[in-house]
Design a protein around this ligand. Sequence first.
Ligand SMILES: [Zn+2]
Length: 265
Amino acid sequence: MSVFTSIKGVTDCTNKFLLARDTIGGREVIEVTKRCNNKHACPCCMPYLYSQLAKRFEPLLDCWVLTGGSIYTQTLTLPNRPKSLIFKHDDIAKTWQKMGKSKGFGKLRTQYGVTQYLRVTEDVLRVKKSFPHFHLTWFFDRELTHFDMEAFCSAIAELWSVSAVKEGIRGTQAARQWCGPILVSNKSYSRYIFKHGYFNINFDPLAEMNLGRGLKPLDFLRAIDATGDLALIEVWLEYEHATSGRHRVQPSRNFLWSRASSANE
Ligand SMILES: [Zn+2]
């Protein structure tokens, strides 16, 4: 699948090469495997990197709540207008930046005790109307009711809309910003939040309806591999361009992966 990518590093990821090194006994030749570590587009690196993140995230969720904190989740989107993915990624990044720098954002975090958050970018890819969005996991330093956390998320959604409008993005008020608690279990949520790194074994890359609904990047790449469809390849190249140099998984500053360590410091 790497052959459908155009990013240098991804195309030759997992290539092996030989390296000679000096040892006490003389010279030794060792085989080294190259890894590109690209979290947007590498079918070789993403499953490993995302599984490592999920493994760290799950115990954090457990210990955060056990030590008296609360967690809520939110999805932030923009209206899906007929623009190229490159502009859509630009819009969502600019809106985030505007919101992050606003006084209102800092105030809300202080008011509700949001000491940290994790932002994960997701892309839904299809021939027409692909779109990126953000998944936020908010970490509150105290025990809060659903009502309080929902109020925080509503205020964030409002601030998000205002920030988008300030960036000249139209129709933002109509876009729905979803929020809610972690359902089922921390384990399933960790997998859900890092799902872009996994291959779905039930996924049929040749099924038409899958493509209509929109696909995660690696599933999209599998559909390209199975069909060789030029229209899909064009979307993929646009996606590569749009995500180049961007963060896929962005923890807030001084993010703690274990809450117990914050108490010890
Ligand atoms: Zn790679």
